[in-house]
Ligand binder design. Structure first.
Ligand code: NAP
Length: 493
């Protein structure tokens, strides 16, 4: 296994006020390789209230100058940071794979995505436009300005450890805000590389601050701090709901992107090869650890058995193994606790009466025993009331459910508290269109997998998957700015 060859441990620090600093307590935590638990990829300081408060204060101090910086100069920093990331593509990618376990082809694409996001929002910096309106009062010039908010808090999950920080931090900075960033403790190194790239690119001291440590202490301090005007959070629905309540209570602007239970609907007229490819990609890429992962496949009865047979064949053929190997499709789950959770759901599914057709066991053969690998699992006979149909598993497990007809398929798709992504496989334009209208999801795909987003389009869920503000594209600029209405009458007019 090539993971064995790479054993260097990086010692990382917080970035506060433009300086790399340890924690006041001197304590550190380890960032370990889920494909090889003995490999310590990096160590990070255990931050807490003290460091998070210092970071907010540094961001507040840096805000006046950064918010008045010329947009083309803000853009130039983002472009230079993108160039730094591109220049370090392989180093960042390998460490990303080591800390998170995402297969290398996907991890490399995600690092490139982060660079593209920086470039895209560099382009947005000079486009923060307002509007002019006819005033009812003679001689009055009525217009709007977009202004940054101030200090914003960014709290991110481990499963897209560089793309999500990039798509939150880049627009925040482009719009003239300053940032306090807290990455997930299971995979903080990729986000640290992003902060390092921005620091090296010449971001002024305090404009971006990074604090690592436990979510409650570091994240909680950011959320409660009165100087933090907005919070952008991505993570579980459980934590996100609390973040939303705490932030909103003190009238901070809060954006939460949360869990999913995403359906792929396969109609009887679907191209079954395509349907199987989409199901496999949606359910098992990223080891199923994507908020947009397909976790329910709803199949019209006439093609149900044929689809299921092919899906199981394709799943059994997947290459599970070393995520640093370019041929690997499914890597390890992110840590032992996540693996235990996935295996527990497999047990729950069995007890509930679903039929496990393949996978669902820990893989321990050879080098796999050093990590947290689970064979990709397909359940048949899943019913909507089962926990495996209702709760987010966040691993390589998919459940297949039969549908009587299109209406039944849509009803099943919507029978969930979540509403992130939904897809349909069909040759019928009419059905595809009806699906886009009737399914309850923030992202709707037709003949495409439930996974996969583009940074120029708004991204976000509905129901328990997300709060009102969307991310990415122009929506990000709306979140990170506020509109100021100006009525101006020149003296003497
Ligand atoms: P998580 O446990 O909710 O943690 C997310 C972030 O919140 C981490 O940085 C975490 O820090 C921090 N945190 C934990 N407790 C906190 C608290 N009390 N106050 C403030 N921050 C706190 O989620 P995860 O396990 O990292 O990520 C997986 C989840 O993210 C899944 O549910 C997935 O669906 C969701 N997700 C959603 C999207 C989307 O766009 N909708 C995208 C990706 C992932 P620690 O790591 O230190 O605990």
């Amino acid at each position: 296994m090539s993971a064995r060859a790479v054993q260097t441990t990086r010692e990382c620090l917080h970035l506060i006020g433009g300086r790399w600093v340890p924690s006041a307590s001197g304590q550190t935590f380890e960032d370990r390789n889920p494909a090889n638990a003995a490999d310590v990829v990096a160590t990070f300081p255990v931050g807490g209230r003290e460091e998070a408060t210092a970071a907010v204060e540094a961001a507040a101090a840096a805000y006046p100058a950064w918010s008045h910086e010329a947009p083309n100069r803000r853009a130039a920093v983002l472009l230079r940071a993108a160039a730094v990331l591109r220049g370090r593509l392989e180093e960042v990618t390998r460490d990303f794979v080591r800390e998170e376990g995402k297969p290398i082809t996907e991890a490399r694409a995600e690092v490139l995505r982060a660079a593209e996001v920086l470039e895209y929002f560099a382009g947005e910096a000079p486009r923060m436009s307002g509007e002019t309106l006819p005033s009812s009062r003679p001689g009055v010039f009525l217009y709007t300005l977009r202004r940054p908010l101030g200090v914003v808090g960014v709290i991110t999950p481990w499963n897209f450890p560089i793309a999500i920080p990039a798509w939150k931090i880049a627009p925040a900075l482009a719009c003239g805000n300053t940032v306090v960033f807290k990455p997930a403790s299971q995979a903080p190194l990729s986000g640290w590389y992003l902060a390092q790239a921005l620091h090296e690119a010449g971001l002024p001291a305090g404009v971006l601050n990074l604090v690592t440590g436990p979510g409650g202490a570091v994240g909680g301090t950011i959320i409660d701090h009165p100087a933090v005007r907005a919070i952008s959070f991505t993570g579980s629905t459980e934590i996100g709901t609390r973040v939303y309540q705490a932030g909103s209570q003190r009238t901070a602007r809060v954006q939460c992107e949360m869990g999913g239970k995403n359906p792929l609907v396969v109609l009887a007229d679907a191209d079954l090869d395509l349907a199987v490819r989409l199901a496999v990609e949606g359910a098992f890429s990223g080891t199923g650890q994507k908020c947009t992962a397909t976790s329910r496949v709803i199949v019209e009865r006439p093609v149900h058995d044929a689809f299921l047979r092919r899906l199981v064949e394709a799943t059994r053929a997947l290459v599970v193994g070393d995520p640093l190997d370019e041929r690997t499709f499914v890597g390890p789950t992110v840590d032992e606790a996540q693996m235990a959770k996935v295996l527990e759901y497999v047990e729950i599914g069995r007890r509930e009466g679903a039929e496990l057709l393949c996978g669902g066991t820990r893989l321990t053969e050879g080098d796999l025993g050093r990590g947290y690998f689970v064979a990709p699992a397909v359940f048949a006979g899943v019913r909507p009331e089962m926990r495996i149909a209702r709760e987010e598993i966040f691993g390589p497990v998919v459940g297949v459910m039969p549908a009587e007809d299109f209406d039944d398929a849509v009803a099943l798709a919507n029978q969930t508290q979540f509403g992130l992504s939904a897809s349909i496989v069909t040759g019928s334009l009419a059905r595809a269109h009806a699906f886009t209208e009737r399914v309850e999801a923030g992202l709707v795909m037709v003949n495409l997998p439930t996974v996969g987003v583009e940074y120029q389009a708004p991204f976000g869920g509905t129901k328990a998957s997300g709060t009102a503000f969307k991310e990415q594209g122009k929506a990000a600029v709306e979140f990170y700015t506020e509109t100021r209405t100006v009525a101006l009458r020149p003296a003497g007019a």
